[in-house]
Design a protein around this ligand. Structure first.
Ligand code: N01
Length: 536
């Protein structure tokens, strides 16, 4: 591919759900755009995460674009929770249906975006030598797109078997039949893949540092009656999602957990456990703010684990104790706990016996050696800031985003950054993003950015930039709301705790999707309050 030298209205970085819809909207505004995508296919998260069992934990009828009624009416999901291949097919269908591919350049990583103050343009460079000058630079780089690589374990280079990261799974798949396999990590990716790998492997060793709370998905073929009902009223269904707390509608109540009897509480928990999915976290309004209320849900969970896992010592190890339920991302599984009843699965407690080193034939903990043929690292991502921090982004005065965020990300609304004019982030830190149905949050940001560019055009503005005061006030608000909850109590990727050396700060905005949307809309209605527009 010959490197391009080009001038466009906008560069979009990333061709996942966010980048594709942004491109579609910019075209609608008559703006020229070029999308750069590191992968050799579109789809972002759903392109890379092909590990066994990969599946969305938001229901299919919710986890899809709402911007085109024709699209949402014609597309047919097959399951309650769609598996990765089906979501990737959907994204590819959208790209074809809206003729998006002609502006997307694959296998190209943006390495640099530098703001030229004199020209008021972004100069963007890629790893293939492209140099593109754009008025707007829009980061659609994803929140969980930068895997923790290389895995931080000594001796990995000596390992003679094959190793994999769940977030960079080989496209041809992996057959573990007859192999002894180690999997490190017990987050969402591990919890989905462990039951599948256990069915294939000769033996599976699960290396757990922190147990997670996981709820059954009760996945099943999509109920045609449910599909018909939703499609008959999709507009209202979507509207309700947009003003909801997390971007999909969940049954909720105003009754605090501690105001009712233990039996009534457990009935509610049991009902939600039987329904399956993330709705469990909304059983009572005080679960994420009152430790004692939270403990009632946590104990319900621990009892469930004890009732499923036959070996009491293994059940005990799988039962989380040292952080409130919901403050690390809850997992949604199919047969996770039950998998530990299999003879070919061994749980290893890394808190008691940490990994010393990886060796040519396996790995060694402080207690013993494990001979394995393959290692699966399900160790997660440098979340929310990882993808952005790997691009050399320089704003006014040559300040890098990396420098600006040295003590943690600072944004206005999770969309813009003071000192970086005409740079936008889709679902950036400081917005609900990972605490919501991502598609709802993506569409909200893309629409907001498109409206903002329209406004700028109408005012004949050259550039729009968040003010430092507005940014500071928003960061303080994000922290205040986060600190009023139990979230900061957990060592989670929400706070950067999973990446050694990463500043600790609660990165997403917990105020709720509906309330956040209102705040963004109010800023726009007030002539983009908190932004400065420079004339052309
Ligand atoms: O990553 P994670 P993930 N030594 O960070 C452990 C979304 N997602 O890829 O908890 C030993 O959650 C780490 O231990 P600890 C979803 O938002 C969604 O599973 O840090 N262990 C943890 O157990 C999710 O939350 C879906 O002590 C180490 C695990 O590795 C997010 O992506 C599916 C370690 C990492 O868990 C990330 O999920 C998959 C070390 N050095 C993902 N470093 C669905 O939609 C890390 N760990 C269903």
């Amino acid at each position: 591919m010959t490197p391009v030298q080009q001038e466009v209205d906008a560069v979009i970085v990333g061709a996942g759900f966010a980048g594709l819809y942004m491109l579609h909207r910019l075209r609608g505004l008559g703006l020229s755009a070029r999308v750069f995508e590191a992968g050799d296919g579109i789809g972002g998260t759903w392109y890379w995460n092909r590990y066994p069992g990969a599946r969305c934990d938001v229901e299919s009828m919710d986890y899809s674009y709402s911007f085109s009624d024709e699209l949402q009416q014609e597309w047919r999901w097959t399951e309650r929770y769609a598996a990765q291949p089906e979501i990737l097919r959907y994204i590819n269908h959208v790209a074809d249906r809206f003729d998006l591919r002609r502006d997307i350049q694959l296998k190209t990583r943006v390495v640099e975006a530098i703001f030229d103050e004199a020209a008021s343009r972004w100069e963007i460079r890629t790893d293939r030598g492209d140099a593109v000058s754009a008025r707007f630079c829009i980061m659609a780089t994803g929140c969980l797109s930068e895997p923790q690589l290389p895995p931080p374990f000594p001796g990995l280079e000596t390992f003679e078997g094959r190793w994999y990261h769940t977030g960079r799974w080989p496209h041809e798949g992996v057959d573990f039949t007859g192999q002894r396999v180690a999997i490190i990590g017990t987050g969402s990716s591990a919890i989905q893949s462990i039951p599948v790998i256990a069915r294939q492997a000769d033996h599976l060793y699960v290396f757990q540092r922190t147990p997670n709370y996981s709820i059954p998905a009760h996945n099943r073929p999509l109920d045609p009656e449910h599909e018909r009902r939703v499609k008959a009223n999709y507009g209202e269904f979507r509207r309700a999602a947009r003003v909801s707390r997390v971007g999909f509608v969940v049954k909720s109540t105003d009754t605090p957990a501690l105001s009712i009897s233990p039996e009534e509480r457990d009935r509610e928990y049991e009902e939600r456990w039987q329904r399956g999915g993330l709705g469990f976290g909304f059983s009572f309004p005080d679960l994420l703010v009152d430790e004692r209320a939270n403990e009632t849900a946590a104990e319900f969970f621990r009892n469930k684990i004890r009732s499923i896992v036959r070996d009491p010592a293994v059940a005990d190890l799988l039962a989380p104790r040292d952080y409130p339920i919901g403050t690390k991302r809850m997992c949604v599984d199919t047969n996770y706990y039950d998998t530990f009843n299999r003879d070919n699965v061994t749980l290893v407690d890394l808190r008691r016996t940490p990994i010393d080193t990886i060796m040519p034939k396996g790995l060694r903990t402080s207690e013993r050696e494990f001979a394995v043929d393959a290692i699966v690292f399900a160790i997660g991502f440098d979340a929310m800031t990882g993808a952005l921090s790997r691009i050399n982004i320089r704003g006014r005065g040559g300040e890098t985003l990396h420098q600006k965020w040295a003590a943690g990300p600072r944004t206005y609304l999770g969309i813009a950054v003071a000192g970086f004019p005409n740079l936008f982030m889709i679902t950036g830190p400081g917005s609900p993003s990972v605490l919501s149905n991502m598609i709802v949050s993506i569409e909200q940001h893309v629409d907001w950015i498109a409206d903002c560019l329209t406004y700028l055009g109408q005012r004949r503005g050259e550039a729009i930039e968040a003010s430092l005061e507005a940014e500071e006030a928003w960061v303080a608000h994000v922290n205040e709301v986060g600190n009023a909850t139990l979230y900061p109590r957990a060592n989670s990727w929400y706070t950067g705790a999973n990446i050694p050396g990463k500043p600790r700060t609660f990165m997403p905005y917990i105020g709720g999707v509906g309330a956040y949307r209102q705040a963004c809309d109010a800023v726009a209605a007030d002539g983009y309050r908190g932004f400065r527009i420079s004339p052309s």
